[in-house]
Design a protein around this ligand. Structure first.
Ligand code: GLN
Length: 237
């Protein structure tokens, strides 16, 4: 049975572990680089991305996390986990922040504002219905949530949502000096997939809807099927 690692440095890792238990999957809390060797896929939970980055640095996790993402095993970042996986994050106040990267997108760390602007909304996600049947809506729980401002051409957009009217205007500063920009579109991207990487700006682990966790497990099966067909192609040639 596939073993799903859950990065357990900070944030909502308990909730992901519980969500995995609910669907009968074994989750393993990951706190050390070598533990990544024993898992088939990895969830990076929501929390506070600067704190998580400091802890990841302290435990020397970044090289192993980058290797894991680059190695092609499925990785899912929720909220702060999405920020971790982005190649570029803006809206980070002091001194920048180390990222794992791998996901070709630009994320705004607090796009929707502060804790007070946290909200819930219905999202339309056709991919969930495609896999599972039933309707394509799901509840999105956004807590001090990031959003994806831009994606590269290999990134598939799974969901977007209207930009709330009460969102504070955003100032984008890119590490070396202030550069300002206001997001002017009326919708913003909140869930994407790029190959082995899944990322959501919201928190499916805080709802009783298991479809996102099952979708993620399906990515593990896909990667095994790919590895198997590559193996059988090479052995038959
Ligand atoms: N915006 C938060 C951050 O910067 C993430 C919030 C969350 O994970 N719920 O880390």
């Amino acid at each position: 049975m596939a073993v799903v690692g859950v990065l357990a440095l900070q944030g909502s890792y308990n909730e992901h572990m519980a969500a995995l238990r609910r669907i009968g999957v074994r989750g393993v809390e990951v706190r050390k680089p070598e533990q990544l060797l024993g898992v088939d896929s990895l969830i990076i939970p929501g929390g506070e991305s600067t704190t998580m980055a400091k802890l990841a640095n302290y435990h020397n996790m970044f090289p192993a996390l980058r290797e894991f993402v680059g190695g092609g095993k499925p990785v899912w970042g929720t909220c702060a986990g999405l920020i971790f996986l982005a190649n570029k994050a803006v809206g980070i106040k002091t001194g920048g922040q180390e990222l794992v990267g791998g996901l070709d997108c630009t994320v705004h760390r607090n796009f929707f504002g502060s804790q007070l602007q946290s909200f819930e909304t219905e999202l339309s996600v056709p991919k969930l219905a495609e896999k599972e049947g039933g309707n394509d809506t799901c509840r999105g729980v956004f807590i001090r949530a990031p959003a994806i401002l831009e994606v590269g051409s290999d990134v598939e957009v799974l969901a977007d949502c209207p930009v709330p009217a009460n969102r504070p205007s955003i100032t984008i500063s890119s590490g070396d000096g202030a550069e300002e920009e206001v997001y002017s579109k009326d919708r913003v991207i909140v869930a994407v997939r790029q190959g082995n990487i899944l990322a959501t700006a919201f928190h499916p682990e805080l709802t009783s809807d298991s479809r996102w966790h099952r979708y993620f497990l399906g990515m593990d099966k896909e990667s095994h099927a790919k590895a198997f067909s590559a193996l059988s192609l090479s052995s038959s040639s």
